[in-house]
Write a protein that binds this ligand. Structure first.
Ligand SMILES: [Zn+2]
Length: 304
């Protein structure tokens, strides 16, 4: 380009050229729901342990880093994708180094931001076969307990080219190995993810356990009816699976379920404390879910 031509290049174009060297996130239309404003509140990212970082807003998103690229689990709402991207940058990592995007379950509050994060990073998205169907369709499938809430409530930007993982398969990236554990119940394709994170030679088992809540749209029965068989035994199997995982640190899609705020506050008050480490947390999480499902089944029977 001649000096003369450069002189006439609009300033905005020069800015655009500079910005395009970093991955740019173009968010999708915000999802509207009662809790969406709370859920999309930005928050400071922080280190959970070793190469495991919290990069979400009011909904969990976890970044696992390596010098060969990073793994991101969960994309929040469509409108929280930009918070996630900003948090990754704040920690000094680059969105375009996110190579894999994984998902706990295919509801709008954990899968809504994946499409824009995938576009911006060029990452590959991996999911269970049932989750692939939902992600590519941009909403829960008919088998989902929340399907009857309807498309306006349920749907989110579809994700393209989702690759399938097998139950028990480990995805590797640099020195990261993240294993998929299918834990259906809250959704048909629900998946919990485990990996090891190390700090000064001490490695801990981290579990991102999927939601195990027996929440549904009105009319759905976990105990089964003439449209579908009982889901109780398979859901309990998922809970048992989570209870039995090697688990030093429990993380879950909704921060309240792992008491995140209280733990972050404890860490701030005493930087030497290790509030995230609790080898009984997965067992307690599964036991709570089992109790709620048992209560739910009693209510369903009473409704008949
Ligand atoms: Zn959900």
């Amino acid at each position: 380009m001649t000096t003369l031509a450069r002189a006439f290049l609009p300033f905005s174009l020069i800015l655009l050229a500079a910005a395009s060297s970093a991955a740019e996130l173009i968010p999708d239309k915000p999802h509207v729901c009662d809790a969406c404003e709370t859920w999309s509140q930005p928050r400071e990212p922080f280190k959970v342990y070793g190469n495991t970082w919290y990069v979400g807003g009011g909904l969990s998103s976890i970044l696992i880093t390596s010098d060969q690229g990073h793994v991101l689990i969960d994309g929040g709402l469509p409108q929280t994708a930009s918070t996630i991207a900003a948090n990754i940058a704040k920690l000094g990592f680059r969105l375009e180094d996110v190579k894999y995007i994984l998902n706990s379950h295919t509801h709008y509050d954990h899968a809504g931001g994946i499409a824009s994060l995938q576009r911006a990073s060029g990452a590959q998205v991996f999911a269970s076969p049932a989750s692939k169907l939902a992600l590519e369709g941009g909403g829960p499938t008919r088998e989902d307990p929340q399907f009857a809430f309807g498309p306006e409530h349920n749907n989110y930007p579809p994700v393209s080219g989702v690759q399938v993982v097998k139950d028990g398969e480990a995805l590797r990236l640099g020195d990261i190995a993240v294993t998929a554990h299918f834990t259906p119940g809250h959704t048909p394709g629900g998946t919990s993810w485990t990996w090891a994170s190390c700090e000064r030679g001490k490695c801990l088992d981290v579990v991102y356990a999927d939601s195990l809540n027996s929440v549904s749209a009105p009319g759905f029965k976990f105990s089964g009816d003439n449209t579908h068989k009982s889901r109780v035994a398979s859901f309990e199997k998922s809970m048992d699976k989570v209870a039995k995982l090697e688990c030093d640190i429990l993380l879950t899609p909704h921060p309240e379920a792992w008491d995140m705020d209280a733990k972050v506050a404890r860490l701030a008050a005493d930087p030497k404390s290790r509030p995230f480490v609790d080898d009984q947390a997965c067992k307690a999480y599964a036991a709570g879910a089992r109790e709620r499902l048992a209560k739910r089944v009693i209510e369903e029977k009473a409704r008949q």
